[in-house]
Write a protein that binds this ligand. Structure first.
Ligand code: CA
Length: 510
């Protein structure tokens, strides 16, 4: 009896100690998301283990580091970018909210001042920071409207471009990121620039992917107090390549371009839905060069993580804000559509000893990322009430906890709403909505009178390249079924198509 009494307080003490350690031993997180990196540009999809999950052929790219990483990760085959455009994606990733609530409804630029990250939104970095994490952001932000706040030239935009796209984010709008090395949007891959934590501008004159990886490695090494030494960290690394431009050796590293230089169009374009007579056709070589450039630098980051002994307790995600059509489907628009090349994104997550390598077909959407990442870090009870996505951590961890697994994913496309007398865009026009199930993709585009302009319906299992648009008029039952699934998703996300009964109007008028 005495022994029991004696042991009890000791184990109580141990629990307290564990409680403290738990905070320090929370996993680190590195979230890497190059811009416009399509899921098809990952070589491993051609390996048998992976190929049967997608039914399409991967691009002829060299991605050895990402292939190895995939073999250690949960690889999502059907992850999508809900609103496949830079800024709306970034707003959703940061807040877990749909664009109408995150504030970022359109690509951010000075003529669209209303599309900007809500300064009061509780972001993933706010939550990590409030729970003891050191948070760092490196690379392209593009989630805020440009303001006349150039630290070196107060009262002016950061450049004299018209319209202004680039932006500086002052400390009070960094949402818990205490380490900063970022910019708004700027597409010169070998002459990038950044503003650091103190607002000092840097123009390193080297390939942005390499430079940002160097900065990420500095953050990992923490030689200059980039982060709190005894705290876990959350690092967002937002490369711009393989985003356009992709037209010359100014846009990529020559050693990477040389891998693709002598390939013919028939070797470069393996997808039967690609049209190599489009003016964009020469771009594939430069695009693939940047894919390989990203792969090499991502590999360098992982090697450093391992060398520092941080790999075991670090969750690493590799994904992208949207895809790239690259001559598929006859369009020159690389993104902003439900076509697989645009809507489907890479999403791989590695958490050594905690998750089992496999391919997972869950329809993971952008709003799910924030709650899922917080829960994976053991902060499931800190997910803000404002987050609208699902916590899919139980799917990833296979821990048997209840999980509301989605059976469909919403697609959103907005365009400019009305303009004011100064030519500034005020609000959005919700031009298209759509839905993807495990079998079908459907996109409905409307005109300003809310009449159907175009409907796309594809059977993604039987027709993985989306070559045959199934006629909605000749298949009214299928169309109605997909519309009822879309209606559920619109209601769940409190979308403007639900609130203003746009879908109901469409269906009533056909
Ligand atoms: Ca983008």
């Amino acid at each position: 009896m005495n022994i029991r009494k004696y042991i009890a307080p000791v184990s109580g003490l141990v629990m307290v100690a564990c409680g403290n350690e738990t905070v320090q031993e929370r996993p680190n997180i590195i979230y890497v998301f190059p811009d416009q990196f399509r899921n098809q540009s990952l070589a491993f999809w051609n390996d048998e283990e992976y190929a049967r999950h997608v039914g399409w052929e991967a691009d002829p790219v060299l991605t050895p580091n990402l292939d190895r990483f995939a073999d250690e990760s949960v690889v999502f085959s059907r992850a999508v970018s809900t609103c496949p455009l830079s800024s709306p994606y970034r707003g959703m990733f940061l807040t877990g909210m749909y664009p109408e609530r995150s504030g970022v409804t359109l690509n951010c630029m000075a003529e669209r001042p209303e599309s900007t990250l809500n300064p009061d939104a509780e972001c993933i970095s706010d939550v990590f920071s409030a729970n003891g994490y050191s948070c760092g952001y490196i690379g392209k932000l593009h989630a805020e409207t440009p303001m006349k706040n150039d630290p070196a030239n107060p009262g002016h935009y950061v450049s004299d471009r018209r319209p202004e796209w680039d932006a500086y984010t002052p400390p009070e709008r960094r949402h818990g990121f205490s380490y900063w090395y970022s910019y708004g949007t700027f597409d010169v891959h070998k002459d990038p620039h950044y503003w650091d934590t103190e607002g000092v501008r840097h123009d390193p004159k080297e390939y942005s992917v390499k430079h940002e990886t160097d900065k990420a490695i500095e953050f990992l090494r923490n030689e200059h107090g980039e982060r709190k030494a005894d705290a876990p960290f959350f690092l967002a690394l937002a490369y711009n390549p393989p985003h356009s431009p992709y037209e010359s050796l100014d846009d990529c590293m020559e050693e990477d371009f040389n891998l693709y230089r002598d390939m013919s169009y028939s070797e470069l374009y393996v997808r039967p839905n690609a049209d190599t007579t489009l003016s964009k056709a020469p771009s594939a070589r430069y695009y693939f060069a940047n894919v390989t450039g990203v792969d090499r630098e991502f590999g360098r980051l992982l090697a450093e993580l391992k060398a520092l002994g941080l790999d075991k307790n670090t969750i690493v995600v590799f994904t992208s804000d949207h895809g790239e059509t690259m001559c598929s489907q006859g369009t020159l628009d690389p993104k902003n559509s439900i076509y697989t090349e645009s809507f489907n994104v890479p999403f791989m997550i590695r958490y050594p000893e905690k998750i089992r390598h496999r391919v997972d077909s869950t329809l993971l959407s952008t709003a799910d990322i924030m709650p899922t990442m917080l829960a994976l870090a053991g902060l499931g009870d800190k997910i803000p009430d404002t987050a609208e996505g699902r916590n899919l951590a139980p799917v990833i961890l296979e821990n048997g906890e209840p999980c509301d697994i989605p059976d469909a994913a919403l697609y959103i496309r907005n365009t400019n709403g009305p303009k004011d007398k100064d030519g500034l865009v005020r609000g959005i026009f919700p031009e298209a909505r759509g839905v993807k199930t495990h079998e079908y993709s459907m996109e409905i585009t409307i005109n300003k009178n809310h009449k159907i302009e175009r409907v796309l319906i594809f059977n993604d299992i039987e027709d993985p390249y989306q070559l045959e648009n199934i006629s909605w008029k000749e298949n009214p039952e299928l169309f109605r079924d997909l519309c009822s699934i879309l209606a559920e998703k619109l209601e769940e996300s409190n979308d403007i198509w639900y609130r203003e009964n746009i879908l109901g109007e469409i269906l009533a008028n056909i």
